[in-house]
Write a protein that binds this ligand. Structure first.
Ligand code: MSP
Length: 506
């Protein structure tokens, strides 16, 4: 069986998640669901990244142990993913014993290969980002180049990973595998970064203890990024799944953490003698008028409130449709409401409602045997199948927003087909009964196909459409490639509203 392995980053439980995090997980979920539709055996992993000084400090500030502090936050992540219909197959917490064991094994393996050594570290550390920087990398104010907060000078005995040794091998791999880092802009950034030279990486700390102990030297805890990236193999390495799913097909990550995934992680894998992931996809940020959504800026949108107000599928639709993967995208409430009203309530909702309503009214809810029909009918059916082909091409290429647009173009076409064929006129003329049956059949079939294509984007809505059409099978991509699977004499259900229109003051 064909397999597919996709991951999201594991999220810091330092704060509640915002809609920017949900964006990343929604993309991964849509890809995972698409692959399942296409018959792949999919493994989809997400989780929480729980170690490090920042968490330890936050816990202390609340008089709690780190675990007492993170446990409820991690539960809230899991609840959020359930609310968003996220279909992850596993959820990894880096505080779990299964993960600690694998991190220590990988540490030992790299150490045995001679690529971890003990030395003295003096450097600049950004605690919020859990990142070490060199003088040269700091921003113009001498602060962290990522979050622009002050860095701390630290000096201590530490373990180092011989990252410098892998610069040439990494460059060679990136050059020989153009698909390894996408989009190209990120790839070029990483090539330039490596060309400036890589320094060995400090991978242990002694100034705090909330982390995974270095094997045989527990005074040191392992650097949180070294620990975190290993999550991607933790669930696999000790069972058959390693053969089935590794190397990962896609690590989906935000653009600011591409460096960890395309330089440090692959070098660690090389040092441990393991194959590299096939692709790292660096997506853009969800921004508002006041910049990247982040807690420190105070412009975050709470995904739980949003789901309660609009439903998960509407938000998923908005995120997948509005933002071109790889670029930053704007989130605004007005734009969300405009999309819900135009695309969901109007285009999709009306198509379903009109179709089922007419089948109910003119044929007592039953589809009648269809014939080839007119040229218009034939070209409409051909368009449905062209849509499926184009959708597949785009989804295979991870062009999610274009794939959504292609489906909605067809939905628009189907609504126009109703206006052109005017079934209410055909119903008045007994000589047009066959033609009426043809049009209504074509519309019902189109909706069945649409219900398959939108499953990755809006799983709940896809299911509602199938229920109203009275289709009980599980959606499969193969079933969207044939026009005419609904049986003649199939009885459809009654129309129910999919998305209410949202009234605004405007
Ligand atoms: N814990 C690390 C990842 C370790 S992976 C081995 C981390 N966590 S995070 O919680 O800060 O961020 C997780 C992901 O959320 C990142 O990919 C980040 O880009 C993404 N996002 C955070 N804010 C975002 C937006 N405003 N928009 C889109 N994605 C956002 O980094």
């Amino acid at each position: 069986m064909k397999t597919f392995y996709i991951t999201t980053p594991i999220y810091y439980p330092s704060a509640n998640l915002h809609i920017g995090h949900a964006y990343c997980t929604t993309i991964a979920d849509a890809i995972a669901r698409y692959k399942r539709l296409d018959g792949f055996d999919v493994f989809f992993l997400t989780g929480s990244d729980e170690h490090g000084q920042k968490i330890q400090r936050s816990a202390q500030a609340q008089g709690k142990s780190p675990l007492e502090y993170v446990d409820p936050i991690v539960e809230s992540f899991k609840d959020l993913w359930t609310k968003f219909h996220i279909s992850n197959d596993d959820f990894i917490r880096t505080s779990e014993p299964r993960h600690e064991k694998v991190v220590q094994e990988i540490f030992r393996r790299i150490q045995a290969n001679g690529d971890i050594y003990k030395g003295e570290y003096t450097g600049l550390y950004c605690t919020p980002c859990e990142s070490y920087w060199t003088e040269l990398q700091l921003d113009e104010n001498g602060c962290c180049p990522d979050c622009h907060r002050p860095v701390e000078k630290v000096s201590e005995e530490a373990y180092f990973f011989r990252l410098s040794k892998y610069a040439d091998k990494l460059l060679q791999h990136i050059e020989e595998h153009p698909e390894f880092i996408v989009p190209t802009s990120r790839r070029n950034e990483m090539i330039n970064f490596i060309r400036r030279g890589l320094e060995d990486l400090c991978i242990s700390r002694t100034s705090f203890d909330w982390g995974i102990p270095v094997p045989d030297d527990p005074r040191h805890v392992i650097y949180v990024w070294f620990d975190a990236v290993i999550n991607y193999i933790t669930p696999l390495i000790h069972n058959e799944d390693m053969k089935r799913f590794w190397p990962a097909d896609i690590h989906l990550v935000g653009k600011e953490i591409v460096r960890f995934h395309t330089i440090i992680w692959p070098a660690m894998l090389m040092a441990a003698g393991l194959p590299l992931p096939k692709q790292i996809y660096g997506h853009g940020w969800l921004v508002t008028d006041t910049g990247k959504m982040s807690k420190s800026v105070g412009n975050v949108v709470d995904p739980v409130l949003l789901v309660e107000e609009f439903g998960a599928d509407a938000i998923r639709y908005f995120l997948l449709r509005e933002i071109t993967l790889g670029l930053d995208g704007n989130f605004s409430r007005d734009a969300l409401i405009a999309r819900i009203n135009a695309d969901l309530a109007n285009d999709l909702g009306n198509l379903l409602h009109r179709t089922l309503n007419m089948i109910g009214k003119f044929q007592q809810g039953t589809l009648l045997p269809a014939t080839d029909g007119t040229e218009l009918d034939q070209s409409f059916r051909a368009q449905a199948l062209d849509t499926v082909r184009e959708y597949r091409r785009l989804m295979d290429d991870v062009q999610l927003s274009d794939a959504v647009k292609v489906v909605w173009k067809f939905i628009g076409r189907a609504n126009k087909y109703i206006d052109e064929t005017m079934p209410w006129k055909l119903a008045k003329d007994p000589a047009q009964r066959q033609q009426l049956a043809n049009v209504l059949y074509n519309l019902a079939e189109s909706l069945r196909i649409v219900s398959v294509l939108i499953e990755p984007f809006m799983p709940d809505t896809a299911q509602k459409i199938r229920a109203q059409l009275n289709v009980t099978s599980k959606p499969k991509l193969d079933d969207a490639q044939t026009f005419g699977l609904l049986e003649a004499n199939h009885v459809v259900g009654k129309p129910e509203q999919l998305f209410p229109r949202i009234l605004t003051d405007k």
